[in-house]
Design a protein around this ligand. Structure first.
Ligand code: MLT
Length: 242
């Protein structure tokens, strides 16, 4: 039995992984966590990816060996975890979904500050409206859009602001990739506009033991559009670790 910790993206929570929790094979024990301040978390929001990695470390207490996966911001947290806690050698493998190792560009940092001002002034709703077309492809159905919007709109302003600061200030992790000596699944949507397949392929090429999988015809959150295809790739990778 392999424990698997899954870290959500921005500005979402553990509900992002419901499609995996219901479909997981019996040899995997999935733990979809809420980052500090998100979802049901009662912890104070974390304004650095390192503090988010500390939350993952707390969630892993008692696990001798586990796999760790994250999507987008969750991937930044996975890399921060490896930087701080990789030496503990408890990680069996990583899943990096629709994410990247590089830091924000100067333009992206300016955009983050705009997001913070927007959310401070108007709450999370306008951000959810702005993000939705970037999270799924134009083919995504109304139900999926509604559900994602509901999850985004339920997040606390303080958590969303802190996470935006954390992403804006996250370090470049390019130096880390060659040190990741466990198997990695780098998986992303073909139509992802935030971390397109070329970005994922470049990251995978710098990892010593990575497999790159492109989920066809879907956006930034592949399993929200084609759950079976994504789960097949995810679970067959995780089963090789257990
Ligand atoms: C996410 O999906 O978690 C975010 O869009 C990532 C980012 O803004 O860098």
């Amino acid at each position: 039995m392999l424990d698997v910790i899954l870290v959500h993206g921005f500005p979402l929570d553990r509900r992002l992984w419901e499609q995996q929790l219901v479909a997981a094979p019996k040899d995997l024990r999935l733990h979809a966590i809420d980052l500090p301040g998100f979802g049901n978390s009662t912890e104070s929001p974390a304004s650095s990816v390192e503090a988010m990695a500390d939350a993952v470390h707390r969630a892993s207490a008692g696990m001798k060996r586990f796999a760790l996966g994250g999507v987008s911001m969750g991937g930044y947290v996975v890399l921060a975890y490896w930087r701080k806690y990789g030496h503990e050698k408890r990680v069996a493998g990583l899943v990096l979904a629709d994410t990247k190792e590089t830091a924000d560009s100067p333009e992206a940092k300016v955009d983050r500050n705009g997001v913070i001002s927007l959310v401070e002034a108007q709450g999370v709703s306008p951000l959810a409206v702005r993000m939705l077309p970037r999270l799924v492809s134009s083919e995504a159905n109304e139900g999926v859009r509604r559900e994602l919007r509901t999850i985004m709109e339920s997040q606390r302003v303080e958590a969303v602001i802190a996470a935006t600061e954390a992403m804006r200030d996250r370090p470049d992790s390019s130096d880390l990739l060659p040190t990741i000596d466990v198997p990695v699944l780098a998986i992303g949507g073909e139509l992802d506009v935030i971390t397109p397949p070329g970005v994922m392929a470049a990251m995978a090429s710098k990892l010593p033991n990575a497999k790159h999988h492109v989920s066809p015809a879907v956006g930034h959150l592949p399993w929200w559009e084609r759950p079976a295809e994504f789960n097949q790739a995810l679970f067959s990778f995780l089963s090789t670790l257990s």
